[in-house]
Design a protein around this ligand. Structure first.
Ligand code: ASP
Ligand code: MG
Length: 594
């Protein structure tokens, strides 16, 4: 029998009428012949209210008691939902996270799911009940109540769909699907019919705000198709699955993360192991580092810049100060007024001329790019917060995201024909493995590229745009791009990699340009090795970058460039050390490669 998980967010259960409307949707699905599990969030803004209450008592509530408090929001909703279904003449049973057997680790307020038992839910379903599960919560080994982090009900829903082998996971919300960017910020945003897991993973973590990003990790790992749709209408919504909307498109979405802070470490000794001293201390404080931009060193010194959520600036600076007692750096600068703008698309991995269009659009809108980092399917730039909305609008427009893509090729199966995940297979794969444990698919070495670095890039719009336009015009495919920002008067440093046989040509192009823009020098290296670790959850598991740094540092291998994304971390090292670095990384991740 087919099984559907339906998740209703806070706005979809905000009052009794809405609860009844949600109940009717579930009953309708059951009458169409499905078994139905509902996952519900706390009503309306209840979680915020509870957080406010705690704040009236103390500035520093303990995380354990916070979870005890916040979990009550969902408990209210499940009980009312069960009553609603019963009042409409159908059978329903509500269950808390503990009653379902959602076991998590003990990291209160950010817990990760380890395992879920399905027996009780399956029995209740087989008896004809609609099962109503409290979202966002679980219990640890000692039966302490835990929560999964704000927005965590999405993750509960997709995780339940995975273990139950559901045919579909429907996310009912107050928007009618996934948009090319947040429609509250840009009204010209367009609803997409379909988006791939990888694109959605990037967008969710880049601030798109529709779904909890760990829920997409689950969906990708266990191949659960997600259907995001409005709780107010029967509009078609958007499907998140393995395939893209249109293979003709290079960019499928744009996102803004408004409240970022940047920290730059200037004049860091360019020797193995230095980044580790910083990032391990930051990770120990549970802060997740977002953009990490390390650029090729000069005179034995490198600059490392990275971003973090701006409300975690103080605690991160504390970690940095601690590391400075061990590693001498010339200076540390920071900026609390930054925002990150990103574009995402599986298509850009195969096309030239994506980065230059983005940079051109920003330059033409007079937006200064402070930092750049790319991955195979994403380009992110850091800009001043006052320019963030202008920047988002400019990139949305240049990639014509408001228009329905043409030439939409084969986009895969419709949702209701998606193959159900084989529950037995999933349970098998999960035996003995925590569900949200880091998964690495592969460690790869690419020795086919060379690197170019422009130093002393003036802190003004237009240089990156011009550089990549000229390189694209010469037909050269640019892979990694990294621009560091220090706030120094002598400007930023911009590095990128190209196929080795196009290196000379690229250098010639860039030299001409650097002169006309009054940059410092241009340097290049034909001998670099790019190493990539790919998998699921690479950024939400902050330990990945650290594991890489540690493995390389222990082998005395210096990292020249880094870029990170949800599904991949890339580093560039000296070409002579490629094979050795590969072996070290394969070793370092051996226990999580699956
Ligand atoms: N109620 C929780 C929150 O507001 C979980 C959720 O809604 O997904 O974050
Ligand atoms: Mg939500």
């Amino acid at each position: 029998m087919s099984l559907i998980v339906q998740k209703f967010g806070g706005t979809s259960v905000a009052d009794s009428q809405k609860i009844l409307a949600a109940a009717r949707k579930a009953i309708r699905a059951q009458q169409q012949g499905h078994q139905v599990v509902m996952v519900v969030s706390a009503m309306g803004k209840n979680t915020d209210l509870l957080i406010g209450l705690a704040g009236e008592i103390t500035d520093r509530p303990s995380a354990r008691e916070m979870d005890m408090l916040l979990s009550t929001g969902e408990q209210v909703s499940v009980a009312l939902m069960a009553m609603a279904i019963q009042s409409l003449g159908h059978q329903a049973v509500s269950l808390t996270g503990a009653q379902i057997g959602i076991k998590t680790d003990s990291i209160h307020t950010k817990a990760r799911i380890k395992s879920i038992s399905t027996e009780r839910m399956q029995r209740l379903l087989d008896e004809g009940n609609i099962v109503i599960a409290a979202g966002f919560q679980g219990i640890d080994e000692d039966f302490n109540i835990t929560t999964l982090g704000r927005g965590g009900s999405d993750t509960t829903a997709v995780a339940l769909a995975a273990v139950l082998g559901a045919n579909a996971c429907e996310i009912y919300t107050d928007v009618d699907g996934v948009y090319t960017t947040d429609p509250r910020v840009l009204p010209e945003a367009r609803r997409v019919d379909r988006i791939s897991y990888d694109e959605m993973l990037e967008l969710a973590s880049l601030g798109a705000g529709v779904m909890h990003n760990r829920s997409i990790e689950f969906a990708k790992k266990f191949n659960v198709p997600i259907h995001v749709r409005s709780s107010l209408s029967d509009a078609p919504g958007s499907i998140i699955a393995a395939n893209v909307e249109s293979k003709a498109q290079s960019v499928s979405g744009a996102a803004m993360l408004k409240d970022e802070a940047r920290i730059s470490l200037l004049g860091v000794p360019d020797v193995p192991g230095t980044s580790l001293e910083f990032f391990s201390r930051i990770a120990a404080r549970n802060v997740s580092v977002d953009m990490i931009v390390q650029n090729v060193g000069e005179d034995g010194k490198a600059d490392i810049s990275f971003t973090i959520p701006s409300d975690e600036l103080d605690i991160t600076l504390e970690a940095v100060a601690e590391a400075r007692e061990i590693v001498r750096v010339d200076d540390v600068t920071h900026d609390k007024q930054a925002s990150k703008i990103s574009v995402v698309g599986l298509g850009m991995a195969r096309q030239t001329g994506v980065a230059d269009r983005m940079f051109r659009a920003l330059a033409d809108s007079d937006v200064n790019i402070q930092m750049i980092t790319t991955s195979e399917i994403k380009i992110s730039v850091l800009v001043d917060r006052s320019a963030a909305q202008t920047a988002l609008r400019a990139v949305h427009k240049v990639f014509e995201l408001e228009k329905q893509p043409v030439a939409s090729e084969d986009t895969g199966q419709p949702i209701d024909q998606a193959p159900p995940t084989d529950a037995a297979d999933v349970v098998d794969r999960l035996r003995g493995v925590d569900m949200e444990q880091l998964t690495i698919h592969d460690v790869q070495l690419d020795s086919t590229q060379g690197r170019i670095t422009i130093s002393g890039v003036p802190d003004a719009p237009g240089v990156a745009a011009k550089a990549f336009e000229e390189v694209a015009a010469a037909g050269i495919f640019v892979d990694m791009i990294v621009q560091s920002y220090t706030g120094h008067p002598d400007g930023a440093r911009l590095s990128f990699t190209v196929p080795r046989d196009t290196l000379d040509n690229s250098v010639a192009v860039v030299r001409r340009l650097a002169a006309s823009f009054n940059c410092g020098g241009v340097s290049s290296s034909p001998s670099i090795a790019k190493l990539s670790v790919s998998g699921v959850g690479l950024r939400s598991h902050t330990s990945v970058a650290i594991r890489m740094f540690r493995a390389l540092a222990e082998a005395n291998i210096n990292v020249q460039m880094i870029n990170t994304s949800e599904v991949r971390v890339n580093v560039v090292v000296d070409g002579n050390q490629g094979e050795q670095a590969l072996a070290r990384l394969q070793d370092a991740f051996a226990d999580v490669i699956r």
